[in-house]
Design a protein around this ligand. Structure first.
Ligand SMILES: [Zn+2]
Ligand SMILES: [Zn+2]
Ligand SMILES: [Zn+2]
Ligand SMILES: [Zn+2]
Length: 344
């Protein structure tokens, strides 16, 4: 028997039907932390699952191959092509050319826990600090193995770090194709502690850090294809274009990084993504002096994927009521709390 699941993105330009063998559901799958997954999406990890055959038309009767004309293809390696919505940037599919297998991103599925169950982490080694495998520890009381590379490789313990990172003056961020390359600078002053609660003073002379949090809202999910959208709130003046060193101003065409594409997900809420590789870059509102950067863009070489010399991870989940997968929500809720409790 075949189970059909509908998928859609935020803007509605794309919708597909995908097929699974009913007897295999829910499929056990991995959360991937590899550099390609993080930097093509702007997310901290990618959860996807293989489908039967090809993406199908969401409206036609039976199995009719869908047109993919509303998607942008991005070849992240010789054999791997990734597809995202050309209008809102939601990631839908991977195609593995070696095995001719299609996989669907979990954030566009109409239901998740019936379809897949995250059972392990892969490519944790790429993060250099464990990434948010440290925030995603157990599912239904089972501790998820953290594989360094593929699921056949060795594992890395919770709290693992490849090296110690230094406090630097700037921190690089980039999407996979590097059309978007930014540098974050340090904030040095809190003008209004109430409204700038997301600026976290350093202890004992350490630099100020920015607050980062995982958002589970439907708008973030459906415009990214990711169940977990991780944001970092930063003053606009601290975000510079790496090629010009000038501050990014999304309202001024001359000060917008070339290659950014905009999608207005609700009135006044503008999301920006890389038009080439599809990575979510940031969102902003007119006249507001800060913006939210997508945390998966942080260059792991400079400070680990979790970038803890720059970021303080909030110990709660944003918009938990919108979560499409109670299993993912429960895991992250527990994980960020545990991580905070262990912080020194
Ligand atoms: Zn879309
Ligand atoms: Zn990956
Ligand atoms: Zn890009
Ligand atoms: Zn959100």
């Amino acid at each position: 028997m075949t189970t059909y699941i509908q998928t859609k993105c935020h803007c509605g330009l794309n919708s597909f039907k995908v097929a699974f063998k009913t007897s295999e559901l829910p499929l056990s799958t991995a959360a991937c932390h590899c550099n390609s997954c993080r930097h093509t999406t702007g997310q901290m990890l990618v959860i996807d699952v293989p489908i039967q055959g090809v993406p199908l038309s969401s409206t036609a009767e039976g199995d009719v191959a869908a047109s993919l004309e509303g998607l942008t293809a991005y070849k992240s390696s010789k054999d791997m092509t990734r597809y995202f919505c050309t209008k809102c940037s939601a990631y839908f599919f991977f195609h593995n050319g070696v095995h001719d297998v299609w996989a669907v991103f979990s954030g566009v599925l109409e239901k998740v826990d019936e379809v897949l169950s995250v059972s392990h982490h892969i490519w944790v080694e790429d993060t250099l600090d464990g990434g948010i495998a440290d925030h995603y520890r157990t599912v239904n009381d089972v501790v998820l193995p953290r594989y360094a590379q593929r699921a056949t490789s060795g594992t890395l313990p919770l709290g693992w770090k490849a090296k110690e990172f230094a406090n630097a003056e700037t921190h690089p961020l980039h999407c996979h194709c590097k059309a978007i390359s930014l540098a974050l600078t340090r904030a040095t002053e809190i003008k209004d502690p109430k409204s700038e609660y997301w600026l976290v003073p350093g202890k004992e002379g350490a630099p100020m850090r920015f607050m980062a949090a995982h958002c589970f809202c439907s708008d973030c999910r459906l415009s990214s294809g990711s169940q977990i959208q991780s944001w970092v709130i930063v003053p606009r003046v601290n975000v510079t274009d790496a090629s010009t060193s000038a501050s990014v101003d999304p309202e001024n065409a001359a000060a917008r990084p070339k290659g950014l594409k905009q999608y207005e997900s609700s009135p006044g809420k503008r999301r920006e993504f890389c038009g080439t590789c599809g990575a979510t870059v940031f969102w902003w509102r007119e006249g507001v002096s800060h913006l939210d950067l997508s945390a998966g863009l942080f260059d792991q070489e400079a400070g680990g994927a979790r970038a803890e010399k720059w970021l303080v991870w909030y110990d709660r989940i944003i918009h938990p009521k919108d979560a499409i997968s109670p299993a993912t929500l429960a895991a992250l809720t527990e994980g960020v709390k545990a991580e905070k409790a262990e912080e020194v």
